[in-house]
Write a protein of this length. Structure first.
Length: 427
């Protein structure tokens, strides 16, 4: 009897605490406004464009290799999704599109706290949704989206509640080696704000993460500095990346004292320093750098608004040039098949084409197993239900030749194949 009363009392205490938390949170929560509606429209439009792009591409060899043979939490998520929704591209890439949506929610929430006007947040979200690297992370099987999510979440807690999310930081230690940058940024942040206990915590987390994932920082000068700069410029858009570096410098010199600034600057500087000695993985550092996008927008609006309207033209023109270049790069990314109107030569995305269309064509012949010399293609076909083996062979022939199967984009034949019956002589 006493135990039952104690149990009821404990449950009531938990419920009262939960109601107290809700009441306390509701007092600081801002009301839903029309800007939120526009944000949802932008976010859903971005997701729709990514879903349309998914319908146009196939699984790549790297993705197929990871899907069938790599023990990694990214591919575990992809396998789990296809287990419930079947082996198709939407199930394969759907979780990453969903993460992309959550990242847009976080970048918007950060912007509403960090930027002066609510409408400024919409500009930030639009630029974020158009970044080539962000779109890659949304439609491809990469860990970039998760890194962005973790970083944005930690930065949001710091900005919104003015506190360090120690638990989230601790959990990030065991997820990926990119968390070392978070702890490096936290170290500088704690030094700036004279927080000795946080400094010790950050250094411990940095060392533990580096040890768990064997993050190698050794090497000798090899000249990868320009390579990584070029890769970052491609992922951000060249003009935007130049302007972005200026705004990070502006944030440091103007003493923008929040964790987001330190994360962005630490990731960029750490990546460039390491690139002098070794060829680094941009997938680790680029997501950390992009989280500082609201800093760029704050710098732009600050530079423009401190001047009289008649002196703002050159600042607007500067951002217009950056935005047009970003738009053109994004358009080329999503419309890359247009290159086949002018030439049948492979474009940069050819590794994500052909396999799905080829599997559909093979199945029309009632074939579910076929031999091919191209083992990379065989692994990709396996995802779509075409096994390597059986009584038939897939032979690639010159483009434009009359074959059993022809893959065409924009009215141009880019791949041709014949299917022949295997015999002992053939084998």
């Amino acid at each position: 009897m006493f135990a039952e009363e104690f149990k009821t009392s404990r449950s009531e205490q938990i419920w009262m605490y939960f109601r107290f938390w809700l009441d306390r949170h509701s007092q600081t929560r801002r009301p839903f406004d029309v800007v939120d509606i526009f944000f949802l429209i932008i976010a859903l439009l971005s997701v729709l464009i990514q879903l349309l792009m998914i319908s146009q591409i196939s699984i790549s060899y790297k993705e197929a290799y990871g899907f069938f043979g790599t023990d990694n939490f990214i591919f575990d998520l992809a396998r789990l999704s296809t287990h419930f929704f079947g082996n198709n591209d939407y199930a394969l890439r759907g979780p990453f599109v969903l993460i992309h949506f959550f990242n847009m929610v976080l970048i918007y929430a950060i912007s509403r706290v960090y930027l002066k006007k609510p409408t400024d947040s919409l500009f930030t979200v639009v630029v974020y949704a158009m970044l080539p690297g962000i779109n890659f992370s949304g439609i491809l099987i990469t860990k970039s989206g998760f890194i962005i999510f973790i970083t944005l979440w930690i930065c949001y807690i710091n900005l919104r509640y003015q506190r360090i999310p120690y638990l989230s930081l601790f959990l990030s230690i065991f997820i990926d080696n990119s968390s070392s940058v978070l702890f490096l940024a936290l170290t500088f942040y704690a030094i700036k704000n004279k927080m000795p206990k946080t400094i010790i915590y950050a250094l411990f987390g940095f060392a533990l993460n580096m040890n768990l994932f064997d993050f190698d920082i050794s090497g000798r000068p090899q000249g990868h500095f320009l390579d990584i700069l070029g890769e970052f410029a491609m992922l951000f858009s060249p003009f935007l990346f130049i302007y972005y570096n200026y705004t990070l410098y502006w944030a440091i010199t103007k003493n923008q004292n929040n964790l987001m600034v330190y994360v962005s600057v630490s990731a960029l500087v750490f990546a460039l320093l390491l690139s002098i000695r070794q060829n680094i993985d941009a997938e680790i550092f680029a997501p950390m750098i992009v989280t500082g996008l609201p800093i760029m927008m704050k710098s732009f609006f600050h530079d423009m608004r401190v001047r009289l309207p008649r002196f703002r033209t050159r600042y607007k023109m500067r951002f217009f040039i950056v935005f047009v270049a970003l738009f053109l790069e994004t358009f080329c990314l999503f419309s890359n098949k247009l290159t086949y109107i002018f030439s049948v030569k492979n474009n940069f995305a050819i590794g994500y084409y052909v396999a799905k269309e080829l599997s559909v064509a093979i199945k029309k012949y009632g074939i579910t197993s076929i031999h091919t010399k191209d083992q990379a293609l065989a692994l990709r076909l396996r995802f779509y239900g075409i096994k390597d083996g059986g009584d038939f062979r897939l032979i690639k022939i010159p483009n434009g030749s009359r074959g059993d199967i022809g893959i065409s984009y924009m009215g141009r034949n880019i791949r041709s194949y014949n299917i022949i019956k295997s015999t002992s002589k053939n084998l």
